[in-house]
Design a protein around this ligand. Structure first.
Ligand SMILES: NC(=O)C1=CN([C@@H]2O[C@H](COP(=O)(O)OP(=O)(O)OC[C@H]3O[C@@H](n4cnc5c(N)ncnc54)[C@H](OP(=O)(O)O)[C@@H]3O)[C@@H](O)[C@H]2O)C=CC1
Ligand SMILES: O=C1O[C@H](COP(=O)(O)O)[C@@H](O)[C@H](O)[C@H]1O
Length: 513
């Protein structure tokens, strides 16, 4: 990797602590950072370099997958970190930052390359980019890249405004919009499994696939982010980004080359093919929203959403939504994509299930047995793997057919969530590989789709359902599939009531008939 100075704006914040410092350490331990780098932590509160390095150490001890086992090695890593107190609205501070960087460029031989990571509230993104230019930080000979966190706007108009601000300073090719789901191993693996196997691609269409289900369930509530979440809700927090990104990975055509722009071109075509909801009735017929009331998990009482800190006690924000999405193109016409996500559900899991059409029911075996459809399941999070559910003869029986699994449990082999999404994404941005970052046209089209749902919801909250914390969400989401002759496949083979509350994490391989 070429050298670089990394600037973490928001270095005293939650994201830096939980994700960014551990990711830098993992990259360093794996030799991917080399020695020609410096990390400058930036935020308003005062911190000495020593205190900052202690913060970094603490965050690694608390959150990293590589723990510190070798103190001299950590000391060597830590001497690449410096801290500067900076209010991003103060342009003079950026001149000072430029002077600091000139020294770091020299000390660590970074070649003038600069990566600006904005782990800040989105309202601050525009000012940072102006001040980077005003402060002279974009004048070195190397590359200058901007990495920004979600949310990218609140709706299409606000996203356009934000993008306009950034584009006054940075070219699109230098803007790396993070969707951390794209950094997850199994989300990236969708593309490989689809396009590197002779037996999937011929079946990957409306002739053989009955429906696709994407579930992103969380056990947590809104924790300390009530203020942000109450303004956002599940649709904007998860739907506009992570869920549509996974849908694109499932539905895209094979790219002609493995070039970032070719891959993103194919993804964006999926968004262009989404059937837009025509009016509020259309939205209500195809999208269910819910909010959790009080309930229990592992025998523990949980508060209702409206009782959470910083949440409006009369809030109508959805903490759950499920939608029937159609991709109106030649490959997918007639195949529903069902997506659902929610807080305070029974399991923390992300899974994508491909349900294949059953064999013709006039065939002898189908006439004689109640055959289950074949399923291909991508387990994204926290267990990682792929399993195929198929039908086979029960050994020794009188021709009894049972569902069996071919199960590739990646996390059983190499551990849970390896490597972490942020490691991959920081590494890719440093190498200039934008494949797993969101291009502006993807962001804009995703907002266009989601804005229609949000607009219908803004008219009236009469369709907002409640669900007890610890349940699988409103009954209406189940009915939506029943209407189509389908059902939600149990997550990791577990129906409600069968959850392993002790571990909360899915069992390796459970099949439900
Ligand atoms: N936390 C998470 O898990 C996730 C976060 N994100 C996104 O990442 C971004 C950061 O989130 P998070 O870390 O949770 O937020 P926090 O509120 O924990 O941190 C915000 C950071 O911004 C700094 N800051 C605020 N105002 C200024 C200013 N005027 N000048 C300089 N620094 C400032 C704060 O430091 P100080 O007060 O010292 O100035 C702090 O370091 C947000 O966009 C969020 O949506 C996205 C996905 C997950
Ligand atoms: O972006 C977000 O994602 C997290 C869930 O991410 P995961 O990697 O833990 O599955 C979600 O909790 C948060 O609300 C949202 O902003």
């Amino acid at each position: 990797m070429s050298g670089a100075v990394f600037y973490i704006f928001g270095a005293t914040g939650d994201l830096a602590k939980r994700k960014l410092f551990p990711a830098f350490y993992a990259l360093y331990r794996e030799g991917k950072l080399g020695e020609n780098f410096a990390v400058v932590g930036l935020a308003r509160r005062p911190r000495t370099n020593e205190q900052f390095r202690e913060d970094v150490k603490q965050s690694i001890n608390d959150f990293a997958r590589y723990k510190i086992t070798n103190e001299p090695e950590f000391a060597n890593f830590a001497q690449h970190f410096e801290y500067m107190s900076l209010d991003i609205n103060n342009v003079a501070g950026f001149h000072e930052l430029n002077a600091l960087t000139a020294r770091l460029d020299e000390q660590f031989q970074t070649g003038g390359n600069r990566l600006f990571y904005l782990a800040l509230a989105p309202e601050l993104f525009g000012n940072v980019s102006y001040n980077l230019r005003e402060g002279g930080l974009l004048e070195t000979q190397g590359w200058h890249r901007l990495v920004i966190e979600k949310p990218f706007g609140y709706d299409l108009p606000s996203a356009e405004r934000l993008n306009g601000q950034l584009r006054q300073v940075f070219e699109e090719k230098d803007i790396y919009r993070i969707d951390h789901y794209l950094g997850k191993e199994m989300v990236q693996n969708i593309e490989f499994v689809r396009f590197a196997n002779a037996f999937f691609e011929p079946l990957w269409n409306n002739k053989y696939i009955a429906n696709i289900q994407i579930t992103l369930s969380e056990t947590v509530g809104v924790e300390e982010r009530g203020g942000y979440y109450d303004h956002s809700g599940a649709l904007r927090d998860m739907g506009q980004n992570h869920m549509l990104q996974m849908l694109m990975m499932m539905a895209m055509e094979p790219p002609s080359r493995l070039h970032p722009e070719d891959i993103r071109d194919e993804k964006v075509k999926v968004l262009r093919s989404l059937r837009l909801f025509e009016n509020s009735d259309d939205v209500r017929a195809n999208v269910v929203r819910g909010q959790y009331t009080n309930g229990t998990s592992k025998g523990k009482a949980l508060p209702a959403y409206r009782e959470e800190e910083s949440v409006n006690p009369e809030s109508t924000t959805e903490t759950y939504f499920a939608a029937r999405v159609h991709v109106d193109n030649f490959r997918w016409a007639g195949v529903p994509f069902y997506i659902r996500t929610g807080k305070r559900l029974p399991l923390k899991t992300t899974e994508v299930v491909v349900e294949f059409k059953n064999i013709p029911n006039n065939v002898y075996l189908a006439k004689k047995h109640d055959l289950q459809p074949n399923l291909l399941v991508f387990r994204v999070n926290p267990m990682e793997g792929i399993y195929l559910k198929m039908n086979a003869k029960q050994p020794g029986s009188e021709g009894v057919i049972v569902p069996v699994a071919m199960d590739f449990c990646q996390s059983c082999q190499i551990g849970i969530n390896t490597p972490e999404a942020y490691e991959r994404l920081i590494y890719d941005a440093t190498r200039g590989d934008s494949t797993y970052f969101t291009r502006w046209d993807e962001v804009a089209l995703a907002w266009s789709y989601v804005d229609r749902i949000a607009a219908a919801w803004a008219e009236s909250s009469a369709d907002l359902k409640s669900y007890p914390a610890g349940s699988w969400g409103p009954e209406e989401a189940t009915q939506m599939l029943t209407q189509d002759g389908f059902k939600w496949w149990p997550i990791n083979g577990q129906n409600e009531g069968e959850v392993d509350w002790e571990t909360e994490s899915p069992k390796a391989s459970v099949l439900t008939k």
